[in-house]
Write a protein that binds this ligand. Structure first.
Ligand code: ADP
Ligand code: MG
Length: 696
C-alpha cells in the first residue's frame, strides 16, 4: 500500500456530485470554497451554531439572531408590484411579519392558513421598527416541532450556496467517513479524552451546545491535532531522510577557532557559546546536521556561523555561507575577512556579479580546495560551482524558504551539514511548523553593552521638526537611516518614494550628507552608497527595506521609518534592529499618517513599548494570524483547515514529539500504527511525506 491511496479512503476522494443532493451547481459553488472532495467537507466544520430552542416571543431578540417561536397566522399581504409578500403573525407577546420575496403564493397559503398555529424559526430582522423574519428556515405545524434541531450547526457559505444545501452535503460526507485505525499515540488520546477519528468527525459536525464549537472541544481538538500530526510527520520524515545518508564526522581540533577567539575584542555570550557547542557537536557526530539557529537582530549569529565554518575547515573541508542579498553577502565577507585572516584561512565572496575570468579563477581555487570559506548569494549553488570538499552549508536569513528548498541545499556536497540562521524571532508554533524538521538553537541573550533603542510615534505632519532634529544630530557626527515604503506610482513606471525623499533631504541637509539605496538601483551604485554610509562619509542613508536584514553600521543611531503603519511588526522590529548596535543612545522614529486605525495604533504602541523580538512576534501572530504574518505561499507554511497556529503551540509540540517517536521506532511506518499513520498521510494529502516514504 506504499504506492497508492488506500481503498478505504476512496469514497472520501470521489467527485462531490456522488454525494446525495449535490449536483453540478452545488459542486461548483463548493469548489469556490476550496471544497472539491467529500474529504474537504469533513474538514469544513461548522463555524457557529443557531440556538433553535422554542422561546415565547421574538421580542428582545437582537437583530441577526435566530429565534424559534409559536405563532398564530393573522393575515396574508401579498404585496404590490415588487414589494415582498408578508404574512402577519403573532406570538405570545407581539405581532410581526414573515416575509418572502417572489414566493409561490399558493404554497404559502397552504403552509400558513389564516388562524392556524405554526412553529416558525429563522433570523430576526428589524424593518421600520418592526420585527420580521425573512424566508424562515422552518415553518411547521406544532405537532412536528421536534423536527427542528435545538442547536443547529452553521457552516461557512459562499454566495449562492444555501445553508440547507451545505448542511446536506456535509451530512452526506460525514455518512461516508469510514472507521479508521488509530494513528495518534493511544496514551495521548486517552489522556485528552479524545474520540476516535470517525466519532470526532461525527461529533464536530453535530454540535449540541456552543461549547462544542470551541477549538478546545475534544472532537475539534482531535481533528486539529490530526492535521498538526500529519504535518509534523512530513517534517519528521524529511528530517529522518535528510539525516539518513550518514553524515561525515567533521571534528576539528579547535585550533582555528582559538585563534579567532583570541583576536576578538569581546567574549562570546553564554548563548553563543551554547549554540557553538550544539553545532560543533552535531558536526563531529556522523549524523548529518540539520539545525536552525534562531536569534534576534544583533544577537551575534555571524560569530556562531564563523565558528561552525572554521570547524569544517579544521576537519580538512570547506564551508559556505549563503546570504539572501548581494549587500548582505558582501557585508558578511567584509566583516569576516579580518577574522578569517587571523585564523589563516582563505575566505572569498561569490555573487551573481562575479563574471568572466575573475569568476573562473575563484571556481578553480574552490575546486582545488584553496578557498576554505565561500561567502555568497544563491550564486554559490549554481551548477558549475564545485567544491573540493564541502562539509558545511550555512544559510543566513532564510525564513522565507520552505522545507523543500532546504532539502535541496544539502545536495551540493557529500553529505554536507546544514545550518540555517534566521533573524526573525518567530513564535514557537510557527517555528515548529516551518522548521520542525530541524534541531533548534536559540540565541536568547544579547551581547552586553547595548543601550535600549528609544522608540517614538510621530505624526508625519511634524516632518519639518524631524528634519531639523536630524540636521543637529548629523552635525554632532551621528548617522541615520531613513526608510521609505516602496510606492508604485503607476503600473508602467514604478517609482520609489525614497527617491523623492532623498532629493528633499539633500536640499535640506546638503548634497554630500545624504545617500540613497533602493532595490531598483544598479548594483554598483547601491554598493557605493552603502560603502559611503559605512565609512561615515554620508550621515543619512535614505533607503527602502533593502536594509531590512542584517546590515550592520554600529555608528548609526537614528532610524526614521516613514508610513510605519504600512509595515509588518516583524519588519519594523528588523528595521529598528539596525540601530542600537553601538554604545550611544539610539532612537527610532515611527512616522505615521493620522488618523491611525485602532489596530495600527496597537501594533505601533507595542513596538514602542518592547524590544523583545519574541514577544513582538507572538503578539503579531495573535493580532494578524499565521497566514498573514508570513506570506503563506512563499513561506511554505501549510494551510490548515481546522488547526489554528495562533492557539495551538502546545499541541504542535506534542505532535512533533509523537511523530518523531513513532518514526524512531518504525522508520518505514510498517507497524500497525505506522500503517494507520500512512492512512492519515493519504487522508491529509501529505504528498511530500508519501513521496519520501516511497523513495525511502
Ligand atoms: P546578527 O545576529 O543580527 O547577525 P551580528 O552577528 O551581525 O548579529 O552581530 C551584531 C554585532 O554584535 C556585530 O558588530 C558583532 O561583532 C557584535 N557581537 C557579536 N557577538 C558579540 C559579543 N559576544 N559581545 C559583543 N559584541 C558582539
Ligand atoms: Mg546577521
Amino acid at each position: 500500500m506504499t504506492g497508492s491511496r488506500p481503498p478505504i479512503l476512496f469514497p472520501l476522494f470521489a467527485e462531490l456530485d456522488t454525494l446525495p443532493g449535490v449536483g453540478p451547481k452545488t459542486a461548483k459553488l463548493l469548489a469556490q470554497m476550496h471544497v472539491t472532495r467529500p474529504r474537504d467537507l469533513l474538514f469544513t466544520l461548522p463555524q457557529g451554531g443557531a440556538d433553535r430552542r422554542l422561546r415565547e416571543s421574538v421580542q428582545g431578540v437582537p437583530p441577526g439572531h435566530v429565534a424559534t417561536v409559536r405563532v398564530k397566522v393573522l393575515r396574508h399581504q401579498p404585496g404590490t408590484g415588487r414589494g415582498p409578500y408578508r404574512v402577519q403573525v403573532e406570538d405570545a407577546k407581539t405581532a410581526f411579519s414573515l416575509v418572502w420575496f417572489r414566493p409561490n403564493r399558493g404554497y404559502l397559503e397552504r403552509l400558513l392558513p389564516v388562524g392556524a398555529a405554526r412553529i416558525v424559526s429563522g433570523k430576526v430582522e428589524h424593518y421600520d421598527g418592526m420585527a420580521q423574519i425573512a424566508h424562515p428556515d422552518h415553518v411547521l405545524p406544532p405537532e412536528d416541532a421536534a423536527e427542528i434541531p435545538p442547536f443547529e450547526p452553521v457552516y461557512p457559505l459562499t454566495q449562492g450556496l444555501t445553508a440547507k444545501a451545505m448542511a446536506k452535503a456535509a451530512a452526506g460526507a460525514v455518512d461516508r467517513a469510514p472507521d479508521l485505525a488509530e494513528w495518534a499515540d493511544p496514551a495521548l488520546v486517552a489522556k485528552r479524552g479524545w474520540p476516535g477519528w470517525r466519532a470526532a468527525v461525527v461529533s464536530a459536525h453535530a454540535p449540541d451546545t456552543p461549547a462544542d464549537l470551541s477549538p478546545r472541544a475534544p472532537a475539534r481538538e482531535r481533528l486539529a491535532y490530526d492535521e498538526l500530526l500529519a504535518h509534523q510527520m512530513t517534517l519528521a520524515l524529511a528530517r529522518a531522510r535528510a539525516r539518513a545518508p550518514k553524515g561525515r564526522a567533521s571534528a576539528g581540533d579547535g585550533a582555528l577557532r582559538s585563534r579567532v577567539l583570541a583576536a576578538l575584542d569581546f567574549a562570546p555570550t553564554g548563548a553563543q557559546t551554547r549554540a557553538i557547542a550544539d553545532i560543533v557537536g552535531d558536526m563531529a557526530s556522523d549524523l548529518r546536521m540539520y539545525r536552525l539557529l534562531q536569534g534576534d537582530v544583533g544577537s551575534g549569529k555571524t560569530l556562531v556561523a564563523l565558528m561552525a565554518l572554521l570547524a569544517a575547515v579544521e576537519a580538512g573541508g570547506q564551508g559556505v555561507l549563503m546570504a539572501p542579498t548581494e549587500i548582505l553577502a558582501r557585508q558578511h565577507a567584509e566583516g569576516l575577512a579580518p577574522l578569517a585572516a587571523a585564523a589563516g584561512v582563505r575566505l572569498e565572496v561569490l555573487t551573481g556579479r562575479d563574471t568572466g575570468a575573475a569568476r573562473a579563477g575563484k571556481l578553480a581555487d574552490l575546486a582545488a580546495g584553496d578557498i576554505h570559506i565561500l561567502v555568497g548569494t544563491h550564486a554559490v549553488f549554481q551548477a558549475d560551482v564545485a567544491f573540493a570538499d564541502l562539509r558545511l552549508a550555512v544559510i543566513d536569513e532564510q525564513h522565507r524558504f520552505g522545507v523543500r528548498q532546504r532539502l535541496e541545499l544539502g545536495r551540493k556536497g557529500d553529505r554536507v551539514d546544514v545550518l540555517v540562521m534566521t533573524a526573525t524571532p518567530i513564535p514557537r508554533s510557527l517555528a515548529l511548523t516551518q522548521y520542525g524538521d530541524m534541531d533548534l538553537s536559540v540565541l536568547d541573550e544579547k551581547p552586553p553593552g547595548r543601550s535600549p533603542v528609544r522608540t517614538a510615534l510621530t505624526s508625519a505632519a511634524r516632518l519639518d521638526e524631524v528634519v531639523a532634529h536630524l540636521r543637529r544630530a548629523v552635525a554632532e557626527g551621528k548617522q541615520a537611516y531613513w526608510v521609505c515604503p516602496l510606492v508604485e506610482e503607476s503600473e508602467a513606471v514604478p517609482m520609489v518614494a525614497a527617491e523623492a525623499r532623498f532629493q528633499q533631504l539633500r536640499a535640506a541637509l546638503g548634497d554630500d550628507v545624504v545617500g540613497l539605496v533602493h532595490g531598483q538601483m544598479p548594483p554598483e551604485r547601491k554598493d557605493a552608497a552603502m560603502a559611503r554610509f559605512v565609512s561615515g562619509e554620508t550621515g543619512v542613508l535614505v533607503a527602502t527595506t533593502v536594509i531590512e536584514v542584517g546590515v550592520n553600521v554600529p555608528n548609526a543611531s537614528i532610524m526614521v521609518i516613514e508610513q510605519a503603519e504600512t509595515f509588518g511588526l516583524a519588519q519594523l522590529h528588523q528595521l529598528r534592529g539596525r540601530v542600537g548596535r553601538g554604545a550611544v543612545q539610539s532612537t527610532c522614529l515611527l512616522l505615521y499618517h493620522p488618523p491611525l486605525s485602532e489596530t495600527a495604533q496597537r501594533r505601533l504602541t507595542l513596538l514602542r513599548d518592547t524590544e523583545d523580538g519574541f514577544r513582538i512576534a507572538e503578539e503579531d501572530l495573535a493580532m494578524r494570524g499565521a497566514g498573514d504574518m508570513i506570506g503563506v505561499a512563499q513561506s511554505g507554511l501549510p494551510r490548515f483547515r481546522i488547526a489554528d497556529l495562533e492557539s495551538m503551540a502546545g499541541l504542535m509540540d506534542i505532535a512533533r514529539d509523537d511523530a518523531r517517536a513513532l518514526l524512531a521506532r518504525d522508520p518505514e511506518l510498517t507497524s500497525e500504527r505506522g500503517q494507520a499513520m500512512r492512512v492519515l498521510l493519504w487522508l491529509t494529502e501529505q504528498d511530500k511525506a508519501l513521496q519520501l516514504l516511497r523513495v525511502g
